[in-house]
Design a protein. Structure first.
Length: 47
């Protein structure tokens, strides 16, 4: 279908009190989702 959008939901926890490590984790998750065809990745509000 022409108007489809592949969305991924990342239900993962941040690395508490470590912003740099949390951003690296997010980068890995985004890379993996992209490699699996995701065009939009959504993180939960706690992330």
């Amino acid at each position: 279908m022409e108007n489809e959008l592949k969305v991924a939901l990342a239900q993962v926890a941040p690395i508490w009190l470590d912003k740099k490590a949390t951003l690296e984790k997010a980068k890995l998750i985004l890379t993996e989702a992209s490699q699996n065809g995701a065009e939009l990745v959504v993180f939960g509000e706690a992330f």
